[in-house]
Design a protein around this ligand. Structure first.
Ligand SMILES: O=P(O)(O)OC[C@H]1O[C@H](OP(=O)(O)OP(=O)(O)O)[C@H](O)[C@@H]1O
Ligand code: HPA
Ligand SMILES: [Mg+2]
Length: 182
C-alpha cells in the first residue's frame, strides 16, 4: 500500500461504523466477563497481534482481578481484503499456560481460520480454561464454525479498518471502526 497524500489516505475511509464512544461503552461489560472468570488461579490475557493491540490496551484496563498479559501473532491477510486461507503463526507465546485461565483477545472473527488455528495450538497446552473475547464478529463470512464467548459488536460483511484493524498495514491508528472504501 502506498499513499501520495493524506487526502488519498482519507479517501479510503468510507464511513464510521462504530464510534469511539460506542466502543468504550461496551468495554466495561467485556471487562466484567473477565473478572467473573477469576477463581483464585491467575488469568492470562492473550492478545492476537497485530490487530488486537488497541482493544487489548483498553480492555485490560477494565479488569480488576489478578491477570497477566501475553502476546501471540498470526497473519493471513496481506494486501487486500481476502484471507490468504493460510494462517501463519509469526510469534508464539513465551508463557507456559498450564495453571492459567486463558482469555484470547481478538479484534475480529471473520472466516474463523485464525482463531481456529490459535485455539487448536493453545488447547493442547492444557490451560485451566480457554475463553475468547472478540471486539467484532462478522458471521456472514465464516468458513470455520466458531463462536466467541463474548463479542462486543456483530457487523455485516464489510471490510473494516481502524482501532487496530488494517488494510495493507495502514489505518490501525484510527480511533474508531470504519468501513473501507474498496
Ligand atoms: O477470521 P479470519 O478470517 O482468520 O480473520 C481474522 C484475523 O485476521 C486479521 O489478522 P491479519 O492476518 O490481518 O493480521 P494482523 O492482525 O497483523 O492485521 C485479524 O486481526 C484477525 O486476527
Ligand atoms: O474486515 C477486516 N478488516 C481488517 N482485517 C480483517 N481481518 C479479517 N477481516 C478483517
Ligand atoms: Mg490485518
Amino acid at each position: 500500500m502506498k499513499f501520495d497524500s493524506t487526502e488519498q489516505w482519507k479517501s479510503k475511509i468510507k464511513r464510521v461504523l462504530i464510534s469511539q464512544e460506542e466502543i468504550s461503552a461496551e468495554m466495561k461489560k467485556a471487562g466484567q466477563l473477565i473478572n467473573s472468570i477469576y477463581d483464585g488461579s491467575p488469568i492470562l490475557l492473550v492478545s492476537i497481534l497485530k490487530g488486537s493491540f488497541v482493544f487489548m490496551a483498553d480492555l485490560c484496563r477494565q479488569v480488576d482481578v489478578p491477570c497477566e498479559i501475553a502476546f501471540m501473532a498470526a497473519k493471513s491477510y496481506f494486501e487486500g481484503t481476502q484471507s490468504s486461507g493460510h494462517v501463519e503463526i509469526t510469534m508464539d507465546l513465551k508463557h507456559d499456560i498450564s495453571g492459567y485461565h486463558v482469555v484470547i483477545i481478538e479484534d475480529i472473527i471473520d472466516t474463523g481460520r485464525t482463531l481456529n488455528e490459535i485455539i487448536k495450538i493453545l488447547k493442547v497446552r492444557e490451560p485451566l480454561s480457554l475463553h475468547v473475547i472478540t471486539l467484532l464478529d462478522k458471521p456472514d463470512r465464516r468458513v470455520v464454525e466458531l463462536k466467541a464467548d463474548y463479542s462486543l459488536f456483530t457487523i455485516p460483511d464489510y471490510f473494516v479498518i481502524g482501532y487496530g484493524l488494517d488494510y495493507g498495514e495502514f489505518y490501525r491508528n484510527l480511533p474508531y471502526i470504519a468501513e473501507f472504501e474498496e
